[in-house]
Design a protein around this ligand. Structure first.
Ligand SMILES: Nc1ncnc2c1ncn2[C@@H]1O[C@H](COP(=O)(O)OP(=O)(O)OP(=O)(O)O)[C@@H](O)[C@H]1O
Length: 223
């Protein structure tokens, strides 16, 4: 099992009132699956993804990733675990504007202590894999939205994560680039047994997913 969430709850105190954002969420995802997380605005998708990613601690319940309970890990162990085994792709690309595409990818390796020629070579190979082999020296401002998103994907994947989590990775893209990005993630799941969990509003990408979880008012709904 790649991801197993059990009885996950999240609530916030707003003045005197406790607001329940997630209610008893149970979710399991097998390795190598592409799973979408869909639901109306405000239903709790980003909150759930943040909890599954270890960025936010739930008020109740547990989350196991790759057989390890991240809700019981020390902060230091969790950050190492995230660095070495998870990859993240966000909607706004989060690229460093002053760095080239290749350097933006290398940063992820540098954080793992991989530098120099080895980092440059791995970054170049990953850029080739996302179809940007000739754009390594471009800075983000000289890339299109779809190309920037592919650099962000290359950065998330260059460390060979076992799970990739993405929050609306196709939101800023036209339908052709959106589909290319999805195909890329899909191929990774098939070729490298990577598990992909993605929050999306985009019905155009339903056909590349193995399954879809719907969240409504903080609860999982079967459809
Ligand atoms: N730190 C917080 N304190 C209080 N309420 C919060 C906090 N973070 C999120 N919320 C509330 O939790 C609910 C769920 O938010 P979340 O961002 O998870 O929804 P979402 O399904 O991702 O929405 P969208 O599709 O619009 O991004 C919202 O009503 C939001 O206002």
């Amino acid at each position: 099992m790649a991801i197993a969430a059990t009885g996950v709850e999240m609530s916030y105190l707003a003045g005197q009132k406790r607001i329940q954002i997630l209610k008893q969420v149970d979710l399991t995802i097998e390795r190598g699956q592409v799973q979408l997380l869909m639901g109306p605005s405000g239903s709790g998708k980003t909150t759930l993804l943040s909890i599954l990613a270890g960025l936010l601690a739930p008020t109740a319940g547990s989350v196991c990733l790759l057989g390890e309970d991240i809700t019981r890990m020390s902060r230091q162990h969790l950050s190492q675990f995230r660095l070495n085994r998870l990859g993240f792709i966000f909607q706004g690309f989060n690229l460093f504007p002053a760095l080239t595409a290749a350097e933006n990818v290398e940063v992820a390796l540098n954080l793992q202590g991989i530098r120099g020629r080895q980092a440059r070579q791995s970054a170049q190979e990953m850029l080739e894999r996302v179809g940007l082999g000739d754009k390594g020296q471009n800075r983000p401002r000289d890339l299109s939205g779809g190309q920037k998103q592919r650099v962000a994907i290359a950065r998330a994947l260059v460390t060979q994560p076992e799970i990739v989590m993405a929050d609306e990775p196709t939101a800023a893209l036209d339908s052709k680039s959106g589909h290319a990005v999805m195909e890329l993630l899909r191929r990774l799941a098939i070729d490298d047994d990577v598990t992909v969990l993605m929050v999306t509003h985009d019905p155009r990408i339903l056909d590349v997913a193995d399954s879809v979880t719907y969240l409504e008012d903080g609860e999982i709904r079967e459809k």
